[in-house]
Design a protein around this ligand. Sequence first.
Ligand code: IPE
Ligand code: IPE
Ligand code: MG
Length: 267
Amino acid sequence: MDVNGAAAGPEAIDALMPGVDPDRIPRHIAVIMDGNGRWAQARGLPRVMGHKEGAKTVRRVLEASARIGVEVLTLYSFSTENWKRPEDEVGALMEMCIAYCASEARELVERGVRVRVIGSREGMPGDVLEALDRLVETTKGGERITLCLAINYGSRDEIARAARTLAERAVRGEIDPGSIDEDAVSGALSTAGLVDPDLLIRTGGEMRLSNYLLWELSYAELMVTETAWPELSEGEFYSMVGSFTKRSRRFGHAHERDVVGGGDGLS
Ligand code: IPE
Ligand code: IPE
Ligand code: MG
């Protein structure tokens, strides 16, 4: 769908990212949106203001991704570990989530965005779950890009839950334990059906995964920028995607072999 005058054809990609091979655009980009608190604190503002400013970057990066034909953009929005933060910050983040669902729904539909949510529902406030469920339902017809929101997400929690699901099915006799392979595990995670991320972008400069998509990122290219999430521009985003397209992804092959678009069924 061409919304906002932006198709994701080779010409559109060339106009936005000159010289980049359209066949090398990542299908799935996962982002750790970090540095909101430090961005605010450096300006003498409360941390929550950093999260508010960060919401604008979500809009920017989502549109930039859709314009170049990225199929899935997964955003780490709240981790299972983020409950350890002060109550008022957690509360503000939950409120912001509800506000985002309400204020963005129409535009997301107009822009052909389909929202999906990953993470655990356990321990999440009912009104936040309701708002998210409504947004998923409202946007289910979106065909331009999938916005996958990782909320109350922790990769170890996800993997443990997948193990539990598979074990329960085996006990019920629905599956043979010997048949549990990589695909079975992938299929039991909340990312089931999504292509694995090709590129992980982390803003805020930390060189760690912070319990994010540990299974799915196995062969993703990693890119870390010092820029705080609220300050990430469309230009820097495209520059990181451009660098990604120049990387040699080998998926275990010898150096001469440069694999484009997923290696041997790994994605
Ligand atoms: C990331 O920004 C957003 C969330 C975790 C919700 P931070 O709030 O972690 O920002 P820093 O790392 O403290 O700067
Ligand atoms: C990761 O950022 C979680 C999100 C971006 C939602 P954190 O700020 O929580 O990660 P750590 O604590 O620096 O590892
Ligand atoms: Mg942080």
